[in-house]
Ligand binder design. Sequence first.
Ligand SMILES: CC(C)(COP(=O)(O)OP(=O)(O)OC[C@H]1O[C@@H](n2cnc3c(N)ncnc32)[C@H](O)[C@@H]1OP(=O)(O)O)[C@@H](O)C(=O)NCCC(=O)NCCS
Length: 164
Amino acid sequence: MTSAKDREALWRPEITPLQFVDLDRVEQIEKECYGLPWSRAMFAGELIKSSSICLGAFRLERVIGYLIVSLFVDDWHIMNLAVDPAWRRRGVAGQLLNDFLARSAGGRERGYTLEVRKSNEAAIRLYEQFGFKARGIRRGYYLDDYEDALIMWRDNSPEPGNEE
Ligand SMILES: CC(C)(COP(=O)(O)OP(=O)(O)OC[C@H]1O[C@@H](n2cnc3c(N)ncnc32)[C@H](O)[C@@H]1OP(=O)(O)O)[C@@H](O)C(=O)NCCC(=O)NCCS
């Protein structure tokens, strides 16, 4: 009999950098997830930026989730994160974030930030699990319904002996 841990390992997605060829599927998921979906040009713009990390979660070579993060000066900005509704609550977003944090670890950046709808409890809980804390509000940030955005931050811990 397989344990819950074995079963999790069996379906665990592969996390690799997104390619242009993945964008048809990414666009499909994007439209299912957001009222104001990103355009293909927005995704393509991130793929060609040397300051962005664009990761896909793949199950049997099919995209089931993605994470787009961009470096602005000395902060990483989480620009987009979405998981196919059929694959939610199985740790896919968590694995994307873990993989990204491992890739970006060790840099001199101050930390990580993002905006999230105030009503998006699922995402807020996810980010809290990863050490993000609410630090402010952008009033009327979302252009479809003018919902407020919560601004969340996760600081990089200073190196021992290097605290300001
Ligand atoms: C938010 C989102 C990316 C989460 O993806 P996911 O793969 O289902 O998340 P995970 O399975 O990795 O969940 C990790 C943790 O997040 C929290 N979480 C995720 N979905 C949740 C939900 N529906 N309700 C409450 N908490 C939730 C939980 O703390 C969960 O840990 P747990 O399962 O051990 O309780 C997904 O719901 C999604 O694509 N939503 C639409 C797009 C979106 O809102 N993106 C974020 C924009 S800022």
